[in-house]
Write a protein that binds this ligand. Structure first.
Ligand SMILES: Nc1ncnc2c1ncn2[C@@H]1O[C@H](COP(=O)(O)OP(=O)(O)OP(=O)(O)O)[C@@H](O)[C@H]1O
Length: 352
């Protein structure tokens, strides 16, 4: 087996540049000038609706799908320039996990995990030793000789993950790896993927249609629509400052922007000579919202009512969304919002 090139921690592990792909002449572009870079050691998510091009994109990373144009560079190698033998070697450095597990039903757990090693011509003793290392990594020691039909969905995916790791890849591709699982099992599998990333220093590229998956484990995310990447950045930034409408809708699914129905209608009207502004406030990290609200109320001579709010965390950072009803002289409200924005809070007007 050829050696897989080694990289420094901050190197780019996957570089996709200008990828386009059309499956049928005259058909729509499944990929349209897609470029992105995945850094070594990060968990990078690609999120998009069905048909956005996510599967096609992730499959270009190991050339299961060949782009019509563009370049695919993985661990410093230009994959499109490799001869078949070199490509096979490069692919051993890229593991892949599938939504429906793709297990052999007549093979035991151990035999499923060993399968890629068998294909690669690894001797039996070495395969057995490798499987013995992999089983505890995914918590399946007790299931070594079980058949897939005897496993839960989560256990099947653990087999899929162990199999993907059999050839000691540096990169793990996950194609909707948790979409067939219930929420609790999804959380377990995502925690396992993160743990394996840390322990094995993997780079993970995952695709999903669920922003909750992105929120729970990704470092950075790209949003795809109609074959294009429409937005990308650190998860915290994309969640708190989504620039595209599609991204906003994805984010709203998870953090529930907005205010419960009826809340705004029940707010008091402003007094004569006062203005009322309804705003949504996003805050991150160290701000104590209560302190900000009481300081703004006191220093600007306004009243701030919290109409709705919740605190969450993204990428380990506290993150909150609040709907505020602000009452006071129009200029004082404007000045208070400007002050809050200067503190880094993101303030958007809500339609009453
Ligand atoms: N093998 C194929 N032959 C023809 N068209 C294809 C093929 N694979 C994908 N497509 C088309 O390419 C576009 C992108 O599909 P793709 O599967 O990459 O999207 P996706 O975002 O992964 O969606 P899903 O989650 O539904 O798989 C779609 O219009 C799809 O119909």
């Amino acid at each position: 087996m050829r050696d897989i090139p080694t990289l420094q921690a901050d190197d780019t592990a996957i570089r996709l540049a200008g990828l386009s792909k059309r499956f049928a002449a005259g058909g729509t572009l499944a990929l349209s000038d897609v470029s992105l870079e995945v850094r070594s050691g990060e968990i990078f998510g690609i999120v998009g609706r069905s048909g956005a091009g996510k599967s096609t994109l992730v499959r270009t990373v190991n050339l299961l799908e060949r782009p019509d144009t563009g370049a695919v560079t993985v661990l410093g190698q230009d994959l499109l320039g490799l001869d078949p033998e070199a490509l096979r070697a490069a692919r051993r450095g890229i593991g892949m996990v599938f939504q429906h597990f793709n297990l052999h039903h007549r093979r035991t757990v151990a035999e499923n995990i060993a399968f890629p090693l068998e294909i690669a011509g690894i001797p039996r003793a070495e395969r057995v030793a490798r499987v013995a290392e992999l089983l505890p990594l995914v918590g399946l020691e007790a299931k070594r000789d079980a058949y897939p039909a005897q496993l839960s969905g989560g256990q099947k995916q653990r087999v899929g993950i162990a199999r993907a790791l059999a050839s000691r890849p540096r990169i793990l591709l996950c194609d909707e790896a948790t979409s067939a699982l219930d929420p609790e099992t999804t959380a377990e599998i995502l925690a396992l993927i993160r743990d394996l990333r840390d322990r094995l220093q993997l780079t993970v590229l995952l695709i999903t249609h669920e922003m909750a998956v992105v929120k729970s484990i990704c470092d950075r995310v790209a949003v795809m629509e109609a074959g294009r990447v429409i937005e990308q950045g650190p998860v915290l930034e994309v969640f708190t400052r989504p620039r595209q409408e599609t991204t906003r809708r994805f984010v709203a699914e998870v953090i529930g922007h907005g205010v419960p129905a009826g809340t705004l209608a029940r707010l008091p009207a402003p007094r004569p000579g006062e203005a009322r502004r309804l705003v949504q406030v996003l805050f991150l990290g160290p701000h104590s919202t209560r302190a900000v609200i009481s300081e703004a109320s006191r220093d600007f001579g306004i009243n701030l009512d919290i109409a709705a709010g919740r605190i969450d965390s993204i990428a380990g950072e506290p993150f909150g969304v609040m709907a505020l009803a602000a009452y006071g002289p129009a200029e004082a409200l404007e000045a208070a919002f400007a002050w809050m924005r200067a503190l880094g809070l993101v303030i958007e007007e809500i339609a009453a």
